[in-house]
Design a protein around this ligand. Structure first.
Ligand code: ADP
Length: 497
């Protein structure tokens, strides 16, 4: 561990906070308190204690931020040459790397995840800026052949002010996968991080300013979904909304957007299966399924939260997976365990509720099943990594997103039944397929209704691969070149010559 990280950890455990944390909204290149002067508190899930305060915004702050982003769009950012936009985004990537240690420690404190996971999220944020920096000057239109008497061409124009509503599970990387393509395309952004995890968004806004992003191009507003998120998504000057969060809130956001005919990208929940066929490589697959569900304590939209497995390998597989699960270390994120905390008391209660009800219905718990605490301090919001075995296809823990470290196992009697079970929920975000037979794998990839398919490695892919859902998991794609589409409008120009 490097000395900066060690110093920050020492400071935190000695004082219960860190000096120099941002606390105001970030509007027009400056930190400022909420118009009402009100503040909220943010908790360290590893201890359950408050460690910082931040501005509790409302509609007045939303008005100021949108006006600032609108001005910055019209007078400044859309006029900046694409190559220069790319250079600024490249400097943002460098700025994130230069501040990576502090960002990762703050992310760990705000969210509860392990330091190694937070470091991975910060690396992917830097990579996203780097990727879209390279795309800024490649957003080209086409010429359209209409014959000798016409010249017809298309151009890709930035949509204008965009709103980004961010969840608490991957605060930095989710924010950047939306704002990096938006900024590359020439849009300005107003970001509303989750009230549980507001700090790294404010730090990123400062890093962007220091990278040369003009004032007003990236504004960040903190506060609750009702007080800040709702007026932001209802604002007529916002021309695209990128929302990541729950299905219910996504539906509210879409309804608000409909009033202004604002376009939306919705990345909502999932109940994604890891489909395990009898001819899979069991050693590799056990380890893969373990991290598909338990990384980030299962608080991942695309988590492999169901294991759909052929009967002939079911008993051996679940036994080995349970044995491996029992060995996972957990604790305060800054002590860098394999599994961190649950991000909030509310989320912990929700997870415990699902598992308690499953137990009372007689569902077999292969491992885990209870709340727990950090053994070192006796505190924190933790839930044991849990496997619920042989669950029926209509059971609540198969149909609903728990968003915690809980795997539901479903047994299939054939590859055909595995496909039916895999598609048997209202979600369609991701699916893993495990088999040595490439023909079977590609057929399942064709037939599973999901936005991402991972063959023999869950979460395979990266910044370059489009990400998004089908059915209740939403629509629109982020990441990759697809991720730029939402932020560009095609204009066709045709001249008679
Ligand atoms: P969760 O219930 O897991 O916290 P949400 O989908 O409610 O998930 O939250 C995701 C993000 O949406 C957060 O930033 C939250 O503040 C914001 N949010 C909540 N309600 C609204 C709303 N009505 N309009 C816009 N944003 C909202």
């Amino acid at each position: 561990m490097s000395s900066i990280t060690e110093q920050l950890i020492g400071e935190y455990f000695a004082t219960g906070t860190l000096a120099g944390l941002p606390s105001g909204h970030f509007i027009d290149g400056k930190s400022r308190p909420a118009a009402t002067g009100r503040t909220m508190e943010t908790f360290d899930p590893g201890t359950t204690k408050v460690f910082a305060q931040f501005a509790a915004g409302d509609a007045e702050d939303v008005e100021a931020a949108v006006a600032s982003s609108d001005r910055a769009f019209r007078d400044c950012w859309r006029k900046v040459a694409p190559a220069e936009r790319g250079r600024i985004l490249q400097r943002a990537a460098e700025g994130i790397r230069a501040n990576a240690e502090r960002l990762a420690v703050v992310e760990t404190l705000d969210n509860g995840k392990s330091l190694a996971e937070a470091q991975g999220d910060i690396r992917s944020a830097a990579r996203l800026f780097e990727y879209y920096a390279g795309a800024a000057d490649k957003l080209q239109g086409e010429t359209i052949p209409l014959g000798m008497d016409y010249l017809s061409y298309t151009s890709l124009e930035p949509v204008g002010v965009t709103a980004h509503i961010i969840p608490w599970n991957y605060p930095t990387s989710t924010m950047v996968r939306g704002i990096a393509p938006a900024l590359a395309a020439g849009c300005t952004v107003v970001v509303k991080p989750a009230e549980q995890t507001p700090l790294t968004a404010l730090m990123l806004a400062e890093i962007l300013r220091d990278a040369g992003l003009p004032d007003g191009v990236c504004n960040v507003l903190t506060g609750t979904g009702t007080a800040v998120g709702a007026p932001l998504v209802a604002h007529a000057k916002v021309r695209h909304i990128t929302f990541t969060g729950s299905v219910n809130t996504g539906s509210l956001v879409m309804q608000a957007a409909a009033r202004n005919i604002t376009s939306v990208t919705l990345e909502l929940g999932g109940k994604s299966p890891a489909v395990m066929l009898a001819d899979c490589d069991i050693d590799a697959a056990v380890e893969d399924v373990l991290w598909a569900i338990f990384s980030n304590s299962g608080q991942t939209c695309s988590a492999g939260s169901r294991l759909v497995i052929e009967r002939s390998i079911h008993a051996e597989f679940v036994e080995r997976l349970a044995a491996r699960t029992r060995k996972l270390s957990f604790g305060h994120g800054l002590r860098n365990p394999e599994i961190g905390a649950i991000s909030s008391q509310e989320q912990l209660n929700k997870i415990a509720g699902y598992v308690d009800e499953a137990k009372s219905r007689g569902v077999r718990v292969a491992v885990g099943g209870s709340r727990t605490v950090d053994q070192a301090s006796g505190s924190g919001w933790f839930f044991q990594p849990t496997i619920l075995d042989d669950v029926g296809p209509l059971d609540v823990v198969v149909q609903e997103e728990i968003f915690g470290p809980v795997l539901s196992v479903q047994i299939a009697d054939s590859a055909e039944q595995a496909l039916e079970l895999a598609n048997g929920t209202a979600f369609g975000l991701a699916a893993g397929i495990y088999t040595r037979d490439i023909k079977k794998a590609l057929r399942l990839a064709r037939d599973i209704d999901a936005g991402q398919i991972y063959i023999n490695e869950y979460y395979a892919g990266g910044v370059e691969t489009p990400f998004g859902g089908n059915k209740l998991s939403g629509f629109g794609r982020e990441k990759g070149l697809e991720g730029l589409r939402a932020y560009c409008r095609v204009k066709s120009v045709t001249a008679r010559i």
